[in-house]
Each structure stands twice: as structure tokens, then as C-alpha cells.
Write a protein that binds this ligand. Structure first.
Ligand code: SF4
Length: 372
């Protein structure tokens, strides 16, 4: 049974609240009562670690520096959104490249930005060459949606929450509708493809898009690989002299004709990247069909998480799930804060206050992590 919902006193402060997307400015249950918007990211965060949920969605703490993969993934998602939004425009690649240039304004002074800029450009140029035309028709790009969260026992909608999200795209392929999902990945192997089956976020999105009038039958994963190539920095004078001395010592004449290695120019590096992105494995498409049983199970899960959330909020208990601190092979961004026992100095030094629910304002990251 659904627990009785406590009154939402401060709808503007945390508690899954978000400006309502997709043309609805005041989600309601039909009699005017506003409901809080629940996004997949919020559900997922709460399920993985309730304390992390509190940091992110109630206290609005965000690290000063976002992890590189998140920022890069967001740029690629937005570039692909532009690409498909401009289908039929013969200048669309130039528009996309201009967009990428604008995302890395400090690239001449910042080595990290420079590397990301090179990679993003090469990735999208390679993508345009790989897919000059598509075997699908684009139906929607960056489609926002909302839907009811229902009690699986009574089928009654939650009085507290509605679900919201944004899908990368909807396409028509072989006469049927598919959700288009962009991913950037470090590698694609059998494990990676198997993991796609566990992509709970996308299954949920399909469920809600069906409710919104799109009879989605499956997901078309559009995977773009991130190369590990790096621009050669060249040798310093000291490095060159050390190498030359070493070579000379091995030579009977005691001399070496070695030349100093110069830094790789942008054009040379783009040339190497272009070769890499011309390889067949640089891009991958995977079509996956939806299982009706799985969709039904997901609905139950979402309902259960909302009930656990309501219980945590009522009791003010936000448990630390320490088994999640090093998930995805990197430390949780809140680790120093949790380790410090929630020291306010650590909080103020390492985090800024920023509103949650980015996926409704910008493209989701699409990085190669398990969604749930
Ligand atoms: S560091 Fe661990 S306990 Fe703290 S928020 Fe992150 S996952 Fe939760």
C-alpha cells in the first residue's frame, strides 16, 4: 500500500522538484495539486546511495570540476542533437563543428580543453563520413516527456510524483519506432553490449514514451568510441640532448644525427585522428527489443523507490551506502565530504551550489556507465 503522502511544503527546494518540461508548467493530478517531478537520475542516485541523493538533490552540492567524461559526453550529445536537428541541411557539419569550437574557448591555453576539442571534432567529422545518410527517419530529437508513477497494486497514480525525462531521439526504422540513444564509450566488447540489456533508464524512457503516444518497440544504441590517441608534445631541449647522448654512446663514431622531435601540429594530429575514426569499429549501432515483462517490473521498482524515498524524507534518515563509494571504477565525487564527517569547510572548498536534474535542461551524459 502507498504510504500517505506528507504535504510538500517547499516545492521549490529539492525533493525532486524541477521546472516542468514539455509545455506543462504545472503538473497536477487533475484537481490542481502540483506534483513533484521525479527524474531517472534522482531515482538512480537515491537507489545507489541515499546520502548521495541528499548531497546532490537536497543540498544541491556539485563538485567544482565535473569529471572529464561527463563534460565530454554532454558536448557530444549536444553536437549529435544539432546534427539530427539539421537533417537535410548541407552545411550541418560546419554548424556542428562551430558548436564544438564554442564549447572549448580556452583550448589554446588549456591542454585538457585542447585534447577534448580535438577528440570531439574528429569524432563528429568521422561520424558524418560514416553516416552521410541513415536507414532511419528522425521523428523526434531530444524529446522531453512526463508520465504517471502508478501503484502496481491499485494502478492509482502517485499523489506526490510524476516521472519526467528527455530521450536523445525517436526514429522510424523498418516501419517501427525506436528510441535512439547516443553513447560514448572507451571500448566496445561483448561485456559492453551485454550491459546494454541492463540499461534501466532507457527501458523506463520507452515505457513513458509509449504512454506519450509513441509505440516504441526497441532501442537503437548509437555508440561512438573515444580514442586514446594523444597529441605528441615533442621533446624539450633537455630530453632531446639526453636522447642524442644515449644514441651517440651506442655509436662507434660517438656521434648521433638524431633530430629534436617537434610538437605535433593540430593538422597532423587531426590527420591521425581521422585515420582512427575511419576504422569500422570507431562507431557501432546496436538494436535491442523491449521485453514487456521487464517494463512491468521496472514500474514496480520505481514505485518501491518512491516509497523508500518518502520514508527517508519523513524520518530525515539518509543512509550512506559505502559499497557504492567506488562504483564505476572511480571514487564518488562526494567521498572527501563523507570522509570528513560532513565538515562544512570541506563542503565549501570542494563544491558549489548548483540545481539538479540536468537531463531536463541539457542532454544526458551518455557515458558508458551502467544506468542503474
Ligand atoms: S562517498 Fe559513498 S557514502 Fe558518500 S555519498 Fe558517495 S557513495 Fe554515498
Amino acid at each position: 500500500m502507498e504510504q500517505p503522502d506528507p504535504p510538500l511544503v517547499r516545492l521549490g527546494q529539492g525533493d525532486f522538484i524541477q521546472d516542468f518540461p514539455a509545455g506543462r508548467t504545472s503538473p497536477s493530478d487533475g484537481d490542481g495539486a502540483a506534483k513533484a517531478v521525479l527524474t531517472f537520475s534522482a531515482i538512480n542516485t537515491f537507489r545507489n546511495c541515499p546520502r548521495k541523493y541528499k548531497h546532490r538533490y537536497l543540498d544541491h552540492l556539485q563538485p567544482h570540476e565535473r569529471p572529464e567524461s561527463l563534460s565530454f559526453g554532454s558536448v557530444i550529445h549536444e553536437a549529435l542533437e544539432l546534427w539530427y536537428g539539421l537533417t537535410g541541411d548541407t552545411n550541418r557539419l560546419w554548424t556542428v563543428l562551430e558548436f564544438i569550437d564554442a564549447q572549448f574557448p580556452q583550448r589554446e591555453h588549456d591542454a585538457v580543453q585542447k585534447q577534448r576539442w580535438h577528440l570531439a571534432r574528429a569524432m563528429l567529422v568521422g561520424y558524418a563520413q560514416r553516416y552521410p545518410t541513415e536507414d532511419f527517419a528522425v521523428v523526434e530529437v531530444e524529446k522531453t516527456f512526463t508520465g504517471e508513477i502508478r501503484n502496481p497494486d491499485t494502478n492509482r497514480p502517485s499523489q506526490t510524483f510524476v516521472m519526467a525525462g528527455k530521450a536523445d531521439g525517436i526514429v522510424r526504422l523498418d516501419g517501427e519506432l525506436y528510441l535512439l540513444e547516443h553513447k560514448t564509450a572507451g571500448s566496445i566488447d561483448a561485456n559492453y553490449l551485454d550491459k546494454l540489456w541492463t540499461d534501466t533508464q532507457i527501458a523506463l524512457y520507452c515505457f513513458y514514451l509509449r504512454q506519450n503516444g509513441y509505440p516504441i518497440v526497441g532501442v537503437l544504441y548509437n555508440v561512438l568510441l573515444k580514442t586514446r590517441l594523444r597529441q605528441h608534445a615533442g621533446e624539450t631541449q633537455e630530453e632531446y640532448e639526453a636522447r642524442r647522448a644515449e644514441l651517440a654512446a651506442k655509436n662507434k663514431s660517438g656521434r648521433s644525427t638524431a633530430q629534436r622531435k617537434l610538437p605535433e601540429t593540430d593538422e597532423e594530429f587531426q590527420g591521425r585522428l581521422a585515420e582512427w575514426y575511419a576504422k569500422p569499429e570507431a562507431f557501432h549501432r546496436e538494436r535491442i527489443y523491449l521485453s514487456e515483462d521487464r517494463l512491468a517490473m521496472l514500474q514496480d521498482e520505481v514505485w518501491e523507490v518512491t516509497q523508500q524515498y518518502l520514508d527517508a524524507r519523513r524520518r530525515g534518515k539518509w543512509l550512506l551506502n559505502t559499497s557504492n563509494c567506488f562504483a564505476y571504477e572511480r571514487p564518488c565525487e562526494y567521498l572527501p565530504y563523507c570522509q570528513s564527517g560532513f565538515n562544512p569547510n570541506v563542503r565549501d572548498n570542494l563544491f558549489v551550489i548548483a540545481p539538479p536534474h540536468e537531463e531536463l535542461a541539457t542532454a544526458p551524459t551518455g557515458d558508458a556507465e551502467p544506468a542503474f
